[in-house]
Design a protein around this ligand. Structure first.
Ligand code: ARJ
Length: 417
């Protein structure tokens, strides 16, 4: 058996989910059709480590249609949609993922995809690249190139590249304009609120909503919470980001102050220990705490546990902690990505562009990866514009074009006032 999943019986439900995603991902469907004849990825063995969702299934099926062999694991213990995994396995795709993995299972799944001796890797959070580099350096040396989906992964891989430790080139999909200005902002904004609502069903209007981190993801959460009538407070460590939050109309406070007044807290920083013991100690009764960053270290759960006398799963993805003084604090999705563990991740429409970047980067690496330096590379401006153009086309939106005369004007340095 070339897969390990929770329940093969869920395949039919998974197939329908994927069909629904396909109906919202026109750029991916166009790429699939375009490359299924020529099969430019023929001969490539792609190992992927990325949330097993209906959108990811569309990416996997597009890679397979373009000729690749694929082996996949999830990149978070709580984000796998078991029905989607079943549908992929049914199609003969080698998938190792189920919801509720232990840490041991998590790495076992990654190891299974490494056994396949990939020529390309596709990561979200860089766990596959790290495992290859740390445990199987000889196999890493045979990899042509890889991609990385998310901010946290890109940060670490850039550090690794600068230290001369990368054994193959990596493309920073996250840093494409058609990824971080859309997926990170509008995707995270909507899906995080979706995760909060599914696990609480609270009224957002009138609540004090604290967003830790005003990067692309935090900005999206703040914008959508405001739209639902919340009073939004942002916390930051970076002066320019704090200023952006202020000029976007939000309050900025240190977390020590925000902790006392927030009703809902969401971390979107990529940093550990953003909410710790002293914050839990000063929170109001019934405060809700969750995270939308890649790793579950932003909220210090050990600190929360140390203050609690009991905990009860009060609803799915919602645990009620009772403090020694009787206050209750509610932790969503065990501090893991609330949008993927508590809901279904970003909507398909926005993943359409992120995954078009993944797909085109895989094609680029298959063709040119052997000639690239072993460091982190950005997506080209041409690829960004091509994907944005394709997306606009599928939306039936036309834009203007520069005339010859205008092109000459922008590069003319002799003209002045
Ligand atoms: C697969 C998703 C989905 C989804 O692109 C987003 C990112 O940077 C990740 C951080 O781990 C999550 C990823 N993402 C969001 N929504 N991946 N399917 N529906």
């Amino acid at each position: 058996m070339n897969y390990k999943i929770a329940d093969p019986e869920l395949a039919e439900q998974g197939r329908l989910k994927i069909r629904w995603a396909e109906s919202r991902m026109p750029v991916m469907m166009a790429l699939k059709e375009k490359y299924s004849e020529t099969k430019p990825l023929k001969g490539m063995r792609i190992a992927g480590c990325l949330h097993v969702t209906k959108e990811t299934a569309v990416l996997v099926k597009t890679l397979v249609a373009a000729g690749a062999e694929v082996s996949w694991s999830g990149c978070n213990p709580l984000s796998t949609q078991d029905d989607v995994a079943a549908a992929l396995a049914e199609e003969g795709i080698s998938v190792y993922a189920w919801h509720g993995l232990t840490k041991e299972d998590f790495y076992w799944c990654i190891e299974k995809t490494i056994e396949f001796e990939p020529t390309l890797t596709l990561d979200d959070g860089a766990d596959l690249i790290f495992t290859l580099h740390n445990k199987h350096p000889h196999l890493a040396d045979r990899v042509i190139g890889g991609t990385e989906e998310t901010t946290t992964g890109v940060h670490r891989l850039r550090a690794m590249g600068e230290a001369g430790k990368l054994r193959y080139p990596v493309i920073a999909v996250n840093d494409a304009e058609t990824k971080w200005d859309f997926d990170n902002v509008y995707g995270t904004g909507q899906s995080s609120i979706d995760g909060i609502l599914r696990s609480t069903n609270i009224l957002i209007a009138g609540k004090t909503f604290v967003v830790a981190g005003y990067g692309h993801c935090g900005k999206g959460c703040a914008m959508r919470a405001k739209g639902l009538g919340a009073n939004v407070i942002a916390t930051e460590i970076k002066p320019t980001a704090a200023l952006k939050a202020i000029l976007d109309g939000f309050r900025v406070l240190p977390m020590d102050e925000a902790a006392k007044i927030g009703d809902i807290f969401i971390t979107a920083t990529g940093m550990k220990d953003v909410i710790v013991k002293r914050h839990f100690e000063s929170m109001k009764n019934a405060a809700i705490v969750c995270n939308t960053g890649h790793y579950d270290c932003e909220i210090n759960i050990k600190d929360l546990e140390s203050l609690a006398v009991s905990k009860t799963e009060i609803r799915a993805n919602n645990e009620e902690y009772t403090m020694k003084d009787g206050r209750k604090i509610y932790l969503l999705a065990q501090g893991r990505l609330v949008n993927l563990a508590g809901a279904e991740g970003h909507p398909s429409e926005v993943m359409d562009m992120s995954f078009a970047n993944q797909f085109m980067s895989m094609m680029y690496l298959a063709k040119k990866g052997r000639n690239l330096d072993k460091k982190v590379h950005d997506i080209t401006e041409a690829q960004d514009q091509e994907i944005a153009g394709l997306k606009l086309g599928t939306m039936g939106i036309k834009i203007d074009e520069l005339t010859e005369d205008q092109i000459a004007y922008i590069s003319d340095y002799s003209a002045g006032t």
